[in-house]
Design a protein around this ligand. Structure first.
Ligand code: BTN
Length: 229
């Protein structure tokens, strides 16, 4: 199935602070729906909850995609789910591995995190409308284990040293496009569940500064994890 790629919408950069930040700047200038930014290295790669995303040169895929919510049938939270599935499909076909997703957006192989996804919104300050969603995907492709800093050494890993980043990027983009242009939300939820690392498991989570223990029982139609206390 064909992809959406147009070279007018593709930026490949040597070094940038963060491809998500670069996309935000492009969005403020009125970027086209489905603009893609890929960098060889990020100096301030960002993860969720203000964390850093380690982004050394030449060994990872650091990619952000600008989407206009008005052009797609999925909500922002389902887009993160869709991106997770696109990465998992790519990992399965290109590296014959068995990826699992820790809700909502961390992808693991053999109990080590290989990929994180950060979706961010751009709101128009005048109209207060959601104008763009930026979906950032960071995948450790061939980063050698010994260069992960500090405790990342124990929890992070690389996905597939032998596959080219170009091929991986193209596959993820095409899978993602196929998923978010489809309106089959229940299929999306079912596929996400098949990769879930947490469904049926006891988990702990923090809400309003309190930590709770419960069992992750369901992923609802909005992409929220349902936990039974
Ligand atoms: C996480 O692990 O919490 C999410 C990590 C997301 C990293 C990607 S790399 C491309 C894009 N640019 C960033 O600064 N972050 C995302």
């Amino acid at each position: 199935c064909g992809g959406f790629f147009s070279l007018d919408n593709l930026f490949v950069l040597k070094t940038i602070n963060s491809t998500n930040s670069y996309c935000k700047a492009l969005a403020k200038e009125g970027a086209t729906h489905e603009t893609v930014v890929i960098a060889d290295k990020q100096t301030e790669g960002r993860g969720r909850l203000g964390r850093e995303f380690f982004s050394p040169e030449g060994t990872g895929l650091y990619m952000s995609i600008i989407l206009k919510p008005s052009e797609i049938p999925l909500s922002a939270s389902l887009l993160t789910i869709a991106a997770g599935i696109a990465v998992c499909r790519t990992l399965e076909t290109s590296c014959k591995s068995s990826p699992l997703i820790k809700w909502v957006n961390d992808i693991f192989i053999n109990n080590k995190k290989v990929c994180g996804i950060l979706a961010e919104s751009v709101i128009n300050a005048t109209t207060n409308q959601l104008e763009y969603i930026i979906v950032g995907i960071g995948l450790n492709v061939s980063t050698p284990a010994e260069i992960f800093p500090g405790k990342l050494k124990d929890i992070a890993a690389s996905a597939f040293p032998d596959v080219s980043r170009n091929e991986i990027a193209a596959k993820i983009i095409n899978e993602f496009h196929n998923i978010y242009t489809s309106k089959a939300i229940t299929d999306l939820i079912d596929e996400y569940k098949s990769y879930s690392l947490v469904l049926g498991k006891r988990i702990s989570f923090t809400k309003d500064d309190k930590t709770y223990l419960g069992t992750a029982t369901e992923l609802n139609i909005d992409g929220n994890l349902v936990v039974t206390l």
